[in-house]
Design a protein around this ligand. Structure first.
Ligand code: SF4
Length: 365
């Protein structure tokens, strides 16, 4: 729900209302309130009411690990399939991979070469505007693989910043059960998470001064048994960004004939301390909710995570960043990096987003 998180930058109002707190979420929010913490509805990419031809979530349970049976949860595919676009307005090339961007001159992208990973056939599409929307690793790799005469080290890589600063999520879970003080009027279940707390992002006590998020994470089994209910919290933070953590290209080739990707990544000693700090705060919350015995679950963050970001840093100084604040690659008029690889400055700025002004095509990594 836009605007509910006290640490969220100003943004457009939410399109849909928030989901109701689950029974577990209500217990967590109440415990947080008694500790002076400000709970808010977890922002979810799932329909709380029918929207855009897709149904409302019917609260079937642990949607984080499973395919949504109704299509209420937005994934990379469903919003496009149901989008009311005129015929021919959108082409989705299944099983394809963008392998190279060619420049028309030093300041304009001209075309994108893509590979059908099944037939191995290569094709090229000319573009007025190119938006790279692969994940953090693949977006950086595409720019690096696009080395050419006008960009000998890769596009946007004049100062060796492409791929640098790749970051992951550090996180863990704590869970336990609590006794209900009355028979609940609300049934158990709901989306994976309905309540979040962001009060600890800027804690002075956090190692390095940056904490993270704590939110309800549904347990595998959701039921009231013998008057008890299981509560589970996920605590997470971004890891310590380091320039030396980077995506590079190897000299050898992968099965598609592309230069292999090397990921140089080390965790920072502060990461473990910050995670311990958040773990204690999450445990305090469960104690307040009546939990007496805890289970801790490591997310093995040292081996990376699906929530990767960085690699095409946004910034004002082209020597220290890959894109400007709008996600446009410095000095390339019509090439943007979207998604987690860069960090766009959101809507509140007076300048309109280039994504609204320009007709752009989108490329997966
Ligand atoms: S709980 Fe998750 S999986 Fe179930 S309908 Fe809702 S969004 Fe889909």
């Amino acid at each position: 729900m836009a605007g509910a998180d006290p640490h969220e930058p100003p943004s457009d109002p939410a399109v849909l209302p928030p989901h109701e707190y689950s029974l577990e979420g209500r217990l967590i929010a109440d415990a947080g309130g008694r500790l002076g913490r400000l709970s808010f509805p977890t922002p979810l990419a799932t329909d709380s009411v029918p929207y855009g031809g897709r149904p409302a979530c019917h609260s079937c349970g642990p949607c984080n690990e499973h395919l949504c049976p109704t299509g209420a949860r937005a994934d990379a595919r469903s919003p496009f399939i149901h989008a009311p676009l005129p015929p021919g307005a959108l082409t989705v090339a299944l099983g394809s991979k963008a392998v190279r961007i060619d420049l028309g001159n030093v300041s304009r992208a001209d075309s994108v070469e893509w590979l059908n990973t099944v037939t191995r056939q290569r094709s090229r599409v000319r573009a007025r505007c190119v938006v790279i929307a692969g994940n953090a690793i693949q977006s950086a790799a595409l720019l690096l693989r696009s080395a050419q005469h006008a960009a000998p080290n890769g596009i946007g890589n004049g100062t060796d910043m492409v791929g640098s600063g790749i970051s992951f999520k550090i996180s863990g879970y704590v869970s336990g059960s609590t006794t209900l003080d009355r028979v609940p009027t609300q049934s158990v279940g709901g989306p994976f998470s309905t309540v979040a707390i962001s009060d600890h992002y800027l804690d002075d006590e956090a190692p390095s001064g940056l904490g993270g998020l704590i939110y309800e994470a549904s347990p595998t089994e959701r039921a009231v048994r013998d008057g008890k209910i299981a509560l589970r919290l996920h605590f997470l933070a971004a890891d310590q960004p380091m320039r030396s953590n980077a995506v590079r290209l190897a000299n050898s080739r992968d099965r598609l004939g592309l230069p292999k990707i090397i990921l140089e990544y080390w965790t920072h000693p502060l990461d473990k301390r910050r995670l311990g700090y958040l773990s204690r705060l999450a445990s305090d919350l469960l104690v307040e909710a009546g939990v007496k015995k805890f289970d801790y679950q490591d997310s093995n963050y040292q081996f990376g995570s699906g929530h990767l970001h960085g690699g095409c840093r946004s910034g004002i100084d082209p020597k220290e960043s890959v894109t400007d604040r709008w996600g446009r690659v410095h000095d390339i008029d019509n090439l943007y990096v979207a998604a987690a690889a860069s960090s766009l400055i959101p809507a509140a700025s007076t300048r309109p987003s280039p994504f609204r002004r320009t007709r752009c095509g989108s490329l997966g990594g």
